[in-house]
Design a protein around this ligand. Structure first.
Ligand code: PEP
Ligand code: MN
Length: 396
């Protein structure tokens, strides 16, 4: 349970409230990330969660303290919209500068399903940046239905992704699947993705809540809106309010599309919680011909951005080939979104002059600028795939 307190409440009144709560067996801890004071209540001693006064006794206690402005309870109380009615702006620090998700600009993330090679990710990054994408995506640790499918390049994929992002002036987003990989992936990624299959991987959510990089939380294909928001609460409850939700389609009886884009969930999530909401039209439809229409629906529904799978050669995609769009399709999509976003009171970043793919094959790889060495890893960069050569970051 959360208590929202009136700003500028005298310390004596706060102390009196704390005393009464303590007498009722409850400890109050301030929540650091809200501007107005918010206290979280928990049983004062290690007891069962049900310990403490019953609800009517607690209500009576709170009524005696006019400094309590509002009470929130439930599975996503920290994420409740009224606690931050203006919405959370999630700050993503990238090598090319900071950006915000949840502000006036819709942020578009683009890139391949999987990082496959230096040329693939570099050229896709340059094309994505030229069309107005703000972040580059690409999976290095891939959740695949079949254990025989390509599982991603792992650490080498992270290195290539981060290098391509620097090369194109884009921050990078990639999936982390296991709690023990969080610090490795966080050394390279600017935004850490939790995939649909891991939405309720609670040890993973707990670990991500304890670190400070922003998190992109995809909705599970079989998760209700309430379960998705409760999963986000795991992150907030551990101190990380830099959480972006992503609707990526749910499993229904429909088979023509890979999933069913739940456009109503975008509006519902924005109504219920203060976190930004993106839409992934690629996994939602599974068909490249439907991605533009689904993206436009997302803009109209009030999404704060998109996450789109783009591949320099879609037909060669190792994973999710049917939904990969070409750079040309992506550029056309972005052009079609701008007037629509403007009509909805939002903006989409302009296209920029296309950067020419660097003729040299690859950047110097190795630990990311902020990466600690990882003695546990026995993967070394494949020299044939990743020749060492420094490539300067392009200016934004
Ligand atoms: C992905 O983003 O490549 C992915 C696997 O998505 P999801 O977790 O939504 O299936
Ligand atoms: Mn994919």
């Amino acid at each position: 349970m959360l208590l929202q307190l009136r700003p500028q409440t005298p310390a004596t009144e706060l102390a009196a409230l704390r005393r009464d709560l303590s007498a009722a067996g409850l400890a109050a801890a301030p929540v650091s990330f809200f501007a107005a004071p918010v206290w979280r209540l928990a049983p004062a001693s290690d007891g069962l969660p049900a310990a403490g006064p019953d609800r009517s006794a607690l209500d009576a206690l709170l009524h005696r303290h006019p400094c309590v402005a509002a009470v929130f309870s439930g599975d996503f109380e920290l994420a409740s919209r009224p606690l931050r009615p203006q919405g959370t702006r999630v700050r993503v620090a990238t090598p090319g500068g900071d950006l915000e998700i949840g502000g006036d600009e819709m942020v578009v993330i683009a890139g391949p399903c999987s990082v496959e090679s230096w040329e693939q990710i570099r050229d896709t990054a340059l094309a994505a940046a030229a069309a107005g994408a703000r972040l580059l995506r690409g999976g290095a640790f891939k959740p695949r239905t079949s254990t025989y499918s390509f599982q991603g390049l792992g650490r080498r994929g992270l290195e290539l992704l981060a290098a391509a992002g620097r090369h194109a002036g884009l921050g990078v987003v990639t999936e982390v699947m296991a709690p023990e990989d969080v610090s490795l992936v966080a050394d390279y990624a600017d935004l850490l993705q939790v995939g649909a299959r891991n939405m309720q991987n609670f040890p993973l959510l707990k670990r991500l809540g304890e670190q400070r990089k922003p998190v992109l939380l995809k909705r599970g294909a079989g998760a209700s809106i309430a379960e998705w928001l409760a999963a986000a609460e795991y992150l907030l409850a551990r101190g990380n309010d830099q959480v972006v939700l992503c609707e990526r389609g749910i499993r229904t009886f429909e088979t023509y599309t890979r999933n069913t884009l739940d456009i109503g969930a975008v509006a519902a999530a924005k109504e219920l919680v203060h976190l930004p909401v993106l839409v992934d039209p690629s996994h939602a439809t599974g068909r490249r011909s439907l991605i533009a229409a689904a993206s436009r629906a997302a803009v109209a529904a009030g999404a704060d951005g998109l996450c789109v799978e783009v591949h320099i050669h879609p037909e060669d995609s190792i994973s999710d080939r049917e939904q990969a769009i070409s750079p040309e399709m992506f550029a056309a999509l972005m052009s079609s979104l701008r007037p629509l976003a403007a009509a909805c009171g939002r903006a989409v970043a302009p296209a920029r002059a296309a950067a020419v793919a660097h003729p040299r094959p690859a950047p110097a790889l190795g630990p990311a600028p902020n990466a600690a060495s990882d003695p546990a890893s026995n993967e070394t960069p494949d020299a044939a795939l990743v020749p060492a050569l420094a490539v300067p970051a392009l200016p934004l």
